[in-house]
Write a protein that binds this ligand. Structure first.
Ligand code: GRF
Length: 199
C-alpha cells in the first residue's frame, strides 16, 4: 500500500511509521510526505532518507479548496492509496474528504469521543479524568468524529502536567499508529456504519 503522510510539525509519528516499515512490521511504502508548513521539523527529519518530501504552503493559495486541490494532485501523482494524518494542523474540507472517502486516517491524543479538537491532553487534565489515551480513526466531515479503528488507554497521574501526560500518550501513539496502518494494509479493516470490524 502506498501511503501519503500529511504533517505540519515535529513528525514523531511519521518516524514511528518509517521505523515500522524498516523493521518489517508494516508492509507499506511512503509515497510522499507533504507539509503545509515550510518550517516543519518533519521535513528536515526526512532529509537524509529517500522518502520524497513536498511542502505545499497554505499561504500561497487564495482558498482552502485550491490548497486542498494541490495536495490531492500531489497525492494522486504519487499514487497514494491511503492518506495518513500525523500532526497535520489543518481541518480538511468535505471536498478533500470526498476525494479520499474512507482512505484518510488520523491519530488523536485522547480517548474519543472525549476531548476532540486541539489541546486534547490539556482538556483531559482540566476535566480531571483518571484515564486518557489515544485513538486512531478514519476521517469524516466532523471534528475527530470518524469511525474508530484502535484505542489505547494511558493513566493520568496525580502530578501530571500537559507535558508529562502528552509524552506518556505519545509513546503509545507510536505503537498504535503503525499497528492500525498494518491492519489496513493487510485488508483486515471492515467499516460497517460507525463501527470498524477487525478481521
Ligand atoms: C500527536 O500528539 C498526535 O496525536 C496529534 O498531533 C501530534 C503530532 O505529533 N494529532 P508528531 O508530529 O507526530 O510528533
Amino acid at each position: 500500500t502506498v501511503i501519503g503522510v500529511l504533517a505540519s510539525g515535529r513528525g514523531s509519528n511519521l518516524q514511528a511509521i518509517v521505523d515500522a516499515i524498516e523493521s518489517g512490521r508494516l508492509d507499506a511504502k511512503i509515497g510522499a510526505v507533504i507539509s503545509d508548513n515550510p518550517k516543519a521539523n518533519v521535513l528536515t527529519r526526512m532529509a537524509d532518507t529517500d522518502i520524497p518530501t513536498v511542502c505545499i504552503d497554505r499561504r500561497q493559495f487564495s482558498s482552502r479548496q485550491e490548497f486542498e486541490a494541490a495536495v490531492a494532485e500531489e497525492l494522486n501523482i504519487r499514487h497514494v492509496e491511503l492518506v495518513v494524518l500525523a500532526g497535520f494542523m489543518r481541518i480538511l474540507t468535505p471536498y478533500f474528504i470526498e476525494r479520499f472517502r474512507g482512505k484518510i486516517m488520523n491519530i488523536h491524543p485522547a480517548l474519543l469521543p472525549a476531548f476532540p479538537g486541539e489541546n486534547a491532553q490539556q482538556q483531559a487534565l482540566e476535566y480531571g479524568v483518571k484515564v486518557s489515551g489515544c485513538t486512531v480513526h478514519f476521517i469524516d466531515e466532523g471534528m475527530d468524529t470518524g469511525p474508530i479503528i484502535l484505542q489505547e488507554a494511558v493513566p493520568v497521574l496525580e502530578d501530571d502536567t500537559v507535558d508529562t501526560l502528552s509524552e506518556r500518550i505519545l509513546h503509545t501513539e507510536h505503537i498504535l499508529y503503525p499497528r492500525a496502518l498494518a491492519l489496513y494494509c493487510e485488508g483486515r479493516l471492515q467499516v460497517e456504519g460507525r463501527r470498524v470490524r477487525i478481521e
